[in-house]
Design a protein around this ligand. Structure first.
Ligand SMILES: Cc1ncc(COP(=O)(O)O)c(C=O)c1O
Length: 415
C-alpha cells in the first residue's frame, strides 16, 4: 500500500474510498460525533456480535434447560464452535483452543499442568514490562510449588523503552523450566521477535507460554511454527467479544495426554460428563482444560465477531492496520512534533502491533481534554497515550480528524 501520505483533508477521504475493508465499518456501532480509538482495550460492538448474543437469548427464552440439547448440543460444544473460528487467526488446530475463564485464570490453568519444577530446573522466566497480572499469576504459581519468587522467578529487566530479544535469550539458563512473555507489549506496542526466542527456548527444553492479548486479531500470528506450549489471550480487545468476554487458551496437542492440573467436570469426555463418575477422564484435546459450565453469555458475542474476522481475513486486517497506523504516525510527525508530541513505538512494521503510542509530558491532561471532545483514547503512566485506529471500523478521515482535534487542543491550550 502506498505510503506517500499527504497532509490535506481530501487525502484520507480518498483512502477511505479505496479501502478494501470499508464495508465492515458499517457492521460496528459507533456513536455519532465520537471518534473511538480504544479498541486495544475494549473493542466495539458489532451488529454480528449482537445477533449471536440475541440468538442465544431467544433459545434460552424458548427452551430453558433444553438449551443444552438444542441443535445437536451446540451450546454444550460452544467453545469448540468458537475455536473453529479462532484457529485461523493464530494458525493452530481448532482442538488446541478452549474458550473459557479470563486471561489470567488461563495462565493458572496452563501452569498448573505444565509447570513441574525440579531441583535443577525450576525457574520461570518473565520480564518486567509485561502486564502485571501475568506476573502475579507466575509468582503465585511459584509459591504454590513451595518456592520463593525471589529465587524462582527470573526477571529480564528492560533497558530503555523497548525489550531487547538478546536480553531474554541470554537469560535462558538451564535452570529455567518455563517462560511467560507477551507477543506484543501492552504499553509500547512492541512486537517481540518470537522466532528467535522460541527456537532457543525449544533447544533448551523450556516450556513456552505466550500472552497474545495484544496480538490476536491485529497481527498475523503463526503459533504452530513457533512450537510453543501454551498461549493465553483476552477476547474483549481487538477481537471485539464484549467487556469481560471469555478468554482463550491454546494448549499444544503434544500435551493432550497430560492430566489437567485444575480439573473440573466440563473437562470430562463428552460421553462421560453426565455419568458423574467420581473418576475424572479428561478430553484429549484443549477442552479437557475446561473446568465448569461454559459462560455462554460471555461467549456468544464472539461468534458474530469472529465471523467478521474470517470474512475480512487477518492478513487484510494486518495490512490495513499497518497502513492506517503509519498514516497516524506521519500526521504526528508532520503536525504535532512542534507541540511536544512524539511517537513512542518502534517504527518498523514487523516490530509494532496495533496501537500507536503517543508521548507527551501532559499526556494525561490531554487525554481528558480529548475525552471531553468525543475522542476516546487511553493513558498509561507516565506519559503515554495509546491510540488505536482499528482496521475493521476506523476510517482514515477519523484519524485525520483526531489529529486536527489534538492540534486545536494544543493551540487553544485547553488541557
Ligand atoms: C496483556 C494482558 N494480559 C492480561 C490481561 C488481563 O486479562 P484478564 O482480566 O482477562 O485476566 C490484560 C488486560 O488488559 C492484558 O492487557
Amino acid at each position: 500500500m502506498n505510503r506517500n501520505f499527504k497532509e490535506d483533508v481530501e487525502y484520507p477521504k480518498t483512502l477511505d474510498r479505496l479501502d478494501p475493508l470499508r464495508q465492515f465499518t458499517h457492521r460496528f456501532y459507533q456513536t455519532k460525533g465520537e471518534i473511538y480509538l480504544c479498541g486495544h482495550s475494549v473493542g466495539l460492538a458489532s451488529i454480528d456480535a449482537e445477533k449471536s448474543l440475541n440468538d442465544l437469548l431467544e433459545v434460552w427464552k424458548k427452551e430453558g434447560v433444553r438449551i443444552w440439547m438444542y441443535n445437536n448440543y451446540q451450546y454444550v460444544k460452544y467453545s469448540s464452535l468458537l475455536a473453529e473460528l479462532m484457529a485461523p487467526l493464530i494458525k493452530v488446530q481448532p482442538n488446541e483452543i478452549v474458550i473459557s475463564g479470563s486471561c489470567t485464570s488461563n495462565i493458572h490453568v496452563a501452569m498448573c499442568t505444565l509447570y513441574k519444577p525440579t531441583i535443577k530446573k525450576y525457574k520461570v522466566l518473565v520480564d518486567d514490562i509485561n502486564f502485571a497480572s501475568d506476573r502475579y499469576a507466575v509468582d503465585s504459581q511459584v509459591r504454590l510449588n513451595n518456592l520463593a519468587p525471589s529465587d524462582a522467578v527470573k526477571v529480564v529487566r528492560c533497558q530503555g523503552s523497548f525489550m531487547k530479544e538478546d536480553l531474554i535469550i541470554n537469560s535462558m539458563t538451564t535452570d529455567v523450566a518455563l517462560l511467560l512473555l507477551p507477543a506484543v507489549y501492552y504499553k509500547t506496542s512492541q512486537v517481540l521477535e518470537l522466532k528467535r526466542i522460541c527456537e532457543k527456548a525449544n533447544e533448551l527444553g523450556i516450556i513456552i507460554g505466550l500472552d497474545i492479548s495484544h496480538a490476536i486479531g491485529v497481527i498475523d500470528l503463526d503459533l504452530q511454527i513457533l512450537n510453543i506450549d501454551f498461549a493465553v489471550w483476552c477476547t474483549y480487545k481487538y477481537l471485539n467479544g464484549g467487556p469481560g468476554s471469555c478468554a482463550g487458551l491454546y494448549m499444544n496437542k503434544k500435551h493432550f495426554k497430560l492430566s489437567p492440573g485444575l480439573a473440573g467436570w466440563y473437562g470430562n469426555k463428552d460421553e462421560n460428563r453426565f455419568q458423574f463418575k467420581q473418576e475424572f477422564d479428561h478430553q484429549r484435546n484443549a477442552n479437557g482444560w475446561q473446568i465448569g459450565t461454559p459462560s455462554l453469555f460471555s461467549m456468544a458475542p464472539l461468534k458474530g465477531s469472529l465471523e467478521i474476522f474470517n470474512e475480512a481475513g487477518i492478513n487484510n486486517i494486518r495490512k490495513k492496520s499497518l497502513h492506517i497506523t503509519a498514516y497516524l504516525m506521519y500526521l504526528i510527525d508532520t503536525k504535532l512534533v512542534h507541540y511536544g508530541f512524539s511517537v513512542g513505538n518502534l517504527r518498523e512494521d514487523e516490530k509494532r502491533g496495533g496501537h500507536v503510542s503517543i508521548i507527551h509530558v501532559d499526556a494525561q491532561r490531554i487525554s481528558l481534554s480529548l475525552k471531553s471532545r468525543g475522542v476516546v483514547t487511553d493513558f498509561r503512566e507516565p506519559d503515554i497515550m495509546r491510540v488505536t485506529p482499528i482496521a475493521l471500523y476506523t476510517t482514515y478521515l477519523q484519524v485525520y480528524q483526531f489529529v486536527e482535534i489534538l492540534l486545536d487542543i494544543m493551540k487553544s491550550k485547553t488541557y
